[in-house]
Design a binder for this molecule. Structure first.
Ligand code: NAG
Ligand code: NAG
Ligand code: NAG
Ligand code: NAG
Ligand code: NAG
Ligand code: NAG
Length: 447
């Protein structure tokens, strides 16, 4: 069959999806090596494995499109739906459709909050009573519908940052993943199914490096705008492509834009996902748009850092929304990592701070619990009862951590570094409001 020509660069695709819920596509011309270099350097088209892809450096070389036959076959057969399009139906997937129908019978009776994958600017939602626990309107984390668990908005461990990145795998992420490995740092990656189809070798690296992987939908739509079948399909097909490419079935989910209500929550929890939200937002994805500047993004990170230094994380930890979206967002993450290390005693994947020792349905992968993770990085020895990691898979954070001895990160004494106040920090609330206004404004403009 013809080579894939549908590769989309994540940044452009997600920018479009974030604002209009439209499909971003169009073929990306292959990037050519500079002619000045007479020796052809390796680029992604020469990769034959996760490991060979991981050795390619440089954004341009990493982002050269390549063929991955299992994805070609799955797209051709309809085993997975077209990339960067909102999933319309699961009816061609017998197992998925049977499960959907079973779950749909008990779904909360909440109408979609939009149409065609965009939110409805004229929704007139009652934020005072917030009947659907609609995060987008109220930042609600505790469901109203019976039988649903609350979302995770912060981590319970004090002075701890639940570290994670949305929207990957970004084709050019090798420098960032190298940086994390060098710093003996694991993170949670919320991967988009369409990006996995585009960048399968890169996707496999998250598992090989022992990071935690969660679902971030197939095509990045605002989930509350979709029908029940679309909501299910966006989750179901992301699991399918993760199993196909990465061999795993994650058990955690983060909704694009945080767009969550009890109907979406129901389907996510029926698929056994822990839902991971946040209380701090870097707005790094928006840099260069809607008046958000590099300085705004640094101010947003500074707010978290100054709050931590002021003691706000002395009884619980925090989660900040940041992205593996492009060289800007990952460069900013690397620039600010030392300051985060200084402000927090521990930086761990969210699931580690929750003791999610079995991150995937597959029983042969484990990740450290919190005690194990910090013990491997200069913290107190893990109690015997906490060291029952059992069979350690490839994803075991301890097993694959280079130099996982006490030479790793050491703690900082918050009591000596408390700095009150955060001059110039932009209010997260204002930023949320601005972003939503942007979303609604653009959606409205399209009507
Ligand atoms: C799912 O259930 C809702 C009722 O909650 C119903 O309106 C809808 O038609 C069902 N969808 C499908 C595809 O069966
Ligand atoms: C939704 O999309 C369909 C098909 O693309 C189109 O015919 C319809 O006009 C759209 N509706 C709205 C409200 O944009
Ligand atoms: C969710 O977990 C329960 C308990 O382990 C299991 O019975 C059920 O099949 C799982 N559901 C899905 C959709 O995997
Ligand atoms: C953003 O600002 C920081 C702090 O001033 C600076 O170090 C960094 O180089 C800037 N990044 C860009 C892309 O301008
Ligand atoms: C994780 O395990 C530790 C014991 O090692 C315990 O103190 C902590 O409460 C657990 N956290 C959660 C969220 O269960
Ligand atoms: C886990 O088992 C599956 C087969 O069930 C296999 O494909 C995969 O490589 C195994 N992973 C590890 C880390 O052993």
């Amino acid at each position: 069959m013809a080579p894939r020509t549908h590769r989309t660069r994540a940044a452009a695709a997600i920018t479009a999806l974030l604002f209009v819920g439209a499909q971003a596509h169009g073929s990306q011309p292959h990037v050519h090596e500079a002619r000045a270099n007479p020796v052809a350097r390796a680029d992604a088209s020469s990769a034959t494995s996760e490991a060979s892809m991981a050795g390619i450096l440089g954004d341009a070389a990493e982002c050269v499109a390549y063929d991955y036959p299992p994805i070609d076959a799955a797209l051709a057969s309809g085993e997975i739906p077209p990339i960067w399009k909102v999933v319309q139906s699961v009816q061609s997937d017998a197992e998925g459709y049977a499960l959907f129908q079973k779950l749909n019978a008990s779904a909360p009776n909440i109408a979609p909050k939009g149409f065609n994958g965009t939110l409805n600017p004229n929704l007139n939602y009652d934020t005072a009573t917030d009947p659907d626990c609609y995060w987008t309107a109220t930042q609600c984390l505790t469901p109203k519908a019976p039988g649903l668990a609350p979302d995770v908005g912060q981590v319970p461990e004090p002075k701890t940052l639940g570290y994670g990145f949305d929207d990957g795998p970004y084709c050019g992420h090798n420098e960032f993943y190298d940086f994390l490995t060098t710093n003996n740092q694991k993170a949670t990656f919320y991967y988009i199914g369409s990006n996995i189809a585009d960048n399968p070798w890169q996707a496999q690296r998250a598992v090989a490096d022992g990071h935690e992987v969660c679902v971030h939908t197939w095509s990045h739509p605002p989930m509350t705008s979709l029908t029940n079948e679309q909501v299910f399909g966006e989750l179901w097909y992301t699991l399918k492509v993760m199993k196909l490419v990465m061999g795993i079935t994650p058990t955690c989910f983060r909704p694009p834009l945080g767009d969550m209500d009890d109907r979406v929550r129901y389907f996510a929890q029926a698929l056994n996902f822990t839902i991971i939200m946040w209380e701090y937002d870097a707005f790094d994805w928006e840099e260069g748009m809607n008046g958000v500047t590099n300085q705004t993004v640094y101010s947003n990170y500074d707010k978290l850092i100054s709050d931590a230094k002021a003691g706000d994380m002395d009884t619980h930890g925090a989660i900040i929304l940041t992205h593996e979206l492009n060289t800007y967002t990952i460069g900013t993450a690397m620039n600010l990592y030392p300051q985060l290390k200084d402000a927090f005693e521990w930086i761990t994947p969210v699931g580690v701070a929750l003791n999610r020792t079995q991150p995937y349905v597959e029983q042969n992968y484990t990740q450290d619990n919190f005690a194990q993770y910090i013990a491997a990085r200069g913290g107190p020895a893990a109690p015997a009862s906490a060291s029952s990691g059992g069979a350690s898979g490839k994803a075991s954070a301890t097993g694959s951590a280079p130099g996982s001895s006490s030479s790793g990160a050491s703690s900082n004494d918050q009591s000596t570094s408390a700095t009150k106040g955060s001059s110039g920090a932009t209010s997260t609330g204002v930023q949320v409001g601005t972003a939503l206004l942007g979303l609604f404004t653009v959606a409205f403009a399209l009507l």
